[in-house]
Design a protein around this ligand. Structure first.
Ligand code: FES
Ligand SMILES: [Fe+2]
Length: 425
């Protein structure tokens, strides 16, 4: 990639082409729990480089508005959330969830009627608050990813702060080749795969990777040798613009991520877990809450991982030597994050040496760049239609030599019909 392409791919501020693309999708930005109470505390939100405030008014409506008061631009994080709006404590100007001034105490009603802050619509689905930051007349229907549609008992959602550009986090998530290396030690005791047949085939460290464009993004297959005459397939979905769906193990739940830019140097790594046919167990909840599996242990009251750049991610050289943690870093999430943050806030893609296992990453970059370019020419982005969200990852055995196109077709046809079991061994 050229440095210019790298910029186009990674920067998502208001006047960038990737920013324009991302602003055409509903974006997950808070857990509903963070703004649960009417008249509760307002929450600072930075999203795609924009400084915003989210609050829930007396009637329970959510607002996401410009962080700064229209008057003399102080932060509305200090605002009083009361009686149907957020009141700036400096001179008492008060705003509704749609950004309109409800009161400007010192001035006439006509003055008040002219005051309006930038505001974005908010919806809640799947325990998550979503916003749409694009042109109002082009707002798409609400997302229908399966994790967001199942009953609450079948789902768990959390997020962690990552100190890197969103794109290098996304690239790690669709890079199936790193799993048998970086996560080698962790996978042995990983609660989300114990007891599954699939886990034992993952010792083959040279998976053959295949990638195809799909209506939503990319379908990525990793084929490994299994018993005689059979291949073990792990099928990952990349869903535009920043989601992945991770192949499951046995009857364990399905997992996925979203990599949502905070600004160009930070992102939230969301993790979604759901089971299509049963409630998650108390044990599963406890494991996820304590930061096991692909979740990270967080510093209480923050979204910052306990293992972070400031403490060298709790590097354990003895565990590295023994192979218990292949890189020396405990925990799958921070094994990924430590290396992705180590590239610097925006990884310089003009200095890479890409290999055959990077095909999925190359295709995802091209898909995003193409969609951004096409949008500039007036073409609508892919995967806005909620019907395209009805898909899953998968893992299964199929006869050796079965072409990837047949395997990918089968997964696409299986879709994600509510209440049906997932394809998983
Ligand atoms: S700065 Fe907000 S009311 Fe004056
Ligand atoms: Fe990983």
């Amino acid at each position: 990639m050229t440095p210019e392409q790298n910029q186009t791919l990674t920067l998502t501020g208001p006047s960038t082409s990737m920013g324009a693309l991302l602003r055409r999708y509903w974006l997950p930005f808070l857990l509903s729990d963070e703004v649960a109470a009417p008249d509760g505390d307002p929450v600072r939100v930075t999203l795609l480089g924009e400084s915003l405030i989210c609050f829930r008014d007396t009637e329970g409506h959510l607002g996401l508005i410009d962080e700064f008061c229209a008057h003399r631009r102080v932060s509305l994080w200090f605002g009083r959330n009361e009686e149907g709006g957020l009141r700036c404590p400096y001179h008492g100007w008060k705003y509704g969830v749609d950004g309109r001034a409800l009161e400007v105490p010192s001035e006439s009603p006509a003055f008040c009627a002219r005051v309006r802050l930038l505001a974005y619509p908010c919806v809640e689905r799947g325990g998550v608050v979503w916003t749409y930051m694009g042109p109002a007349d082009l707002q798409p229907p609400l997302p229908e990813y399966e994790w967001a549609m199942v009953p609450p008992g079948q789902r768990y959602v959390s997020k962690r702060l990552q100190q890197s550009n969103w794109m290098q986090a996304l690239e790690g998530a669709i890079d199936g080749a790193h799993v048998s290396w970086l996560h080698r030690g962790a996978l042995a005791n990983e609660p989300m795969r114990v007891g599954s047949r699939g886990a034992r085939y993952q010792n083959d460290t040279k998976p053959r990777m295949e990638v195809m464009d799909s209506p939503t993004g990319l379908t990525i297959g990793a084929r490994r040798a299994a018993e005689a005459g059979e291949d073990y397939w792990r099928i990952t979905q990349f869903v535009m613009p920043f989601y992945n769906m991770i192949p499951p193990y046995g009857d364990h739940a399905l997992h996925g991520h979203a990599f949502v830019p905070i600004d160009d140097h930070h992102c939230f790594v969301w993790t979604f877990t759901h089971h299509p046919t049963r409630d998650l167990s108390a044990d599963e909840h406890a494991a996820m809450q304590s930061g096991e599996g692909i979740y990270a242990e967080l510093i209480p009251g923050t979204w910052r991982p306990v293992a972070n750049r400031g403490n060298d991610y709790l590097m354990d050289r003895a565990a590295q030597r023994s192979g218990r943690h292949y890189s020396g870093i405990p925990g799958i999430a921070m094994q990924d994050a430590s290396l992705q943050e180590s590239c610097g806030p925006i990884h310089d893609r003009s200095r890479e040496t890409l290999a055959s296992t990077d095909t999925g990453i190359i295709m995802a970059r091209n898909r995003l760049l193409r969609a951004a370019r096409n949008l500039e020419k007036g073409e609508a982005p892919p995967a806005l239609d909620p019907m395209t969200h009805h898909l899953r990852s998968a893992s299964f055995l199929r006869p050796s030599g079965m072409p990837f196109s047949d395997v990918a077709d089968e997964v696409r046809r299986a879709g994600a019909a509510p209440g049906t079991p997932h394809l998983s061994i």
